[in-house]
Write a protein that binds this ligand. Structure first.
Ligand SMILES: [Zn+2]
Ligand SMILES: [Zn+2]
Length: 549
């Protein structure tokens, strides 16, 4: 038992509306004497009040300090509302986060007005962001009952994770974290050695996913763009305006320099992406050295070099939508929930030769998430008007993530051995996986929105009597290597077909798991005009066969 209380107002088992309350109780009182709010975000998929965390729960609670980790709206979108609710609280963020939050919040205010459900005006957005005090990385501020240090979290420009001394307790809040370097931001600062803390509040976005190597994924993405352009199509890349879009532009420009993409095909930049990109240049002192030096020495905007073109009017946008010549369009929003990307998608999705490539997290309820589940011939309704679009374009998702994956998160968290860990900012599958991986050496919590508890107490799963062991005889598992054939059937289904002798092996077997080794597959197309197909001549392997083990 301790004097700490924790409550998720939002963002517990969701990626959105991150807002967590930490209170310190004094002398056995039921109400905290001091309160800290970790982030105050909104749900990107919802509008108006429904997008907010449950701020009414703060009634009667002190909020002395608000710590904003970064300028993505799921972490800072409710700041103007919080400002009105608790005007006396001091709010801290890094300088780039403050500058980027001005843009993001003003845009959110305009979008709210367009949707007819504004939470604040553009003026209030500006005022709220301007009232945030800057906390440089590595510096500690002493707020009496709490001292706070901000450390680089990777993820996007300005993103911080916070180390908080709160009364007698040490707390770590990760915000969104990345341990891989990107073009526009380094990796999270990994402190040397181990740094014991009492409580960690950690994101879990990709808690159940192992991402491919960034280098390989970038390569696959560039080759895919190349092939769409070569067949005369265009590529729409719906992108989060802040962070991901700037990375994508630099990847595309790099591919032009290395001659992987033609220098003449235009790259259009549309939506909030424009303003954010300009802010990145103004904030060049905070960018990685290579990029900062380029800006200093060349006095050029590294994001807006030829053939990148900024779309600045609706007329220009309509012109681009009508022009079916090869091009690449990077437009916000990233999940096709709003902004200008749904306008482009409504046209490009219908074009067989074109493609829509998603490059970030897709909520399964978002249009982007739903499109990933659909195939050619399926339809989806897009935009505010709900235009029905039949999908003909190719759809792919590239995991160019700005979040640590399951292994990365565990690696990062291993530097902070703690009594308790609270898993937030992730769906249940992601949190369950991290829970299983970490419950042997820490008290792991998977809070729900609204739960109030002492994070240093024992959760129910620890105190409940152990369930009787019903496992019985252990199941014998063995693996054998066999050759199989991957068969793509005319109805679109795919089957792994084994030779007849394998059938005997299956007798009495309760489960068989097929692991397909990652290797090139040659396909033999039967029934086509030219049955040999391409590459049927060089016969190291029998066409159509791939090893399965
Ligand atoms: Zn983020
Ligand atoms: Zn987030």
């Amino acid at each position: 038992m301790s004097d700490l209380i924790f409550r998720a107002l939002g963002g517990a088992s969701e990626v959105g509306a991150s807002c967590y309350y930490l209170g310190l109780l004094k002398n056995g009182a039921a109400t905290p004497s001091y309160g800290i709010l970790l982030d105050c975000g909104v749900r990107p998929n919802a509008i108006g009040e429904a997008s907010l965390p449950a701020l009414s729960c703060l009634e009667g609670l002190p909020v002395d300090l608000v710590l904003v980790t970064h300028a993505h709206l799921d972490h800072c979108g409710a700041l103007p509302v919080i400002r009105k609710l608790v005007p006396g609280a001091r709010v801290f963020a890094t300088e780039p986060t403050i500058e980027l939050a001005k843009l993001m919040l003003q845009d959110a205010a305009k979008v709210g007005e367009q949707e007819g459900a504004p939470l604040f005006s553009p003026g209030e957005a500006m005022e709220a962001a301007a009232s945030v005090q800057s906390l440089p990385f590595g510096q500690t501020i002493d707020m009496g009952q709490a001292t706070v240090t901000a450390w680089p979290a990777g993820h996007i420009l300005g993103a911080a994770y916070y180390e908080i001394e709160f009364g007698p307790y040490r707390i770590l809040y990760t915000g969104d974290i990345s341990i891989t370097s990107q073009h526009t931001v380094g990796s999270a600062a990994m402190p040397p050695g181990t740094n014991p803390v009492d409580v960690v509040v950690s994101e879990s976005t990709y808690g159940n996913i192992l991402l491919p190597s960034r280098k390989e994924e970038v390569r696959a993405f560039v080759l895919a763009v190349q092939s769409v352009i070569a067949r005369g199509g265009r590529v729409l890349i719906p992108s989060f305006a802040l962070g991901r879009a700037q990375e994508i532009i630099l990847i595309l420009l790099g591919a032009i320099t290395s001659r992987d993409l033609p220098p003449t095909v235009p790259i259009y930049l549309d939506g909030l992406v424009r303003g954010v990109t300009e802010a990145y240049v103004r904030l060049s002192d905070f960018l990685p050295e290579k990029l900062a030096n380029f800006i200093r020495n060349s006095r050029q905007n590294p994001f807006l070099r030829d053939p990148v073109r900024v779309v600045s009017s609706q007329a220009e946008r309509l012109e681009i939508i009508r022009d079916r010549r090869p091009s690449v369009i990077v437009a916000s929003s990233g999940m096709l929930t709003g902004g200008v990307s749904p306008m482009y998608a409504a046209e490009i999705l219908r074009e067989e030769e074109s493609a829509v490539f998603f490059v970030g997290y897709q909520d399964e309820e978002s249009p982007g998430g739903r499109i990933l589940e659909l195939g050619p011939g399926d339809s989806i309704r897009l935009g505010q008007q709900g235009i029905e679009v039949e999908i003909a374009a190719s759809i792919e998702q590239y995991k160019l993530s700005a979040h640590a994956d399951s292994a990365g998160l565990q690696n990062f968290l291993s530097r902070f051995p703690s009594h308790s860990i609270l898993l937030v900012h992730g769906d249940n599958a992601a949190r369950d996986n991290l829970f299983s991986a970490m419950k042997t050496d820490r008290v792991v919590w998977k809070p729900k929105n609204g739960d109030v508890f002492d994070p240093l107490s024992a959760p129910a799963w620890l105190t409940a009597p152990a369930a009787p062991d019903q496992r019985g005889e252990p199941v014998k598992v063995e693996s054998r290597k066999v050759q199989g054939t991957v068969e793509c059937r005319p109805d679109g289904s795919v089957a792994v077909v084994y030779p007849p002798e394998v059938k005997e092996m299956f007798e009495g077997i309760t489960a068989v798991r097929t692991v397909l080794r990652r290797s090139p597959v040659k396909l033999r197309i039967e029934g086509a005009a030219n049955p040999a197909g391409d590459g049927g001549e060089d016969g190291e392997e029998e066409p159509g066969k791939m090893p399965a083990e």
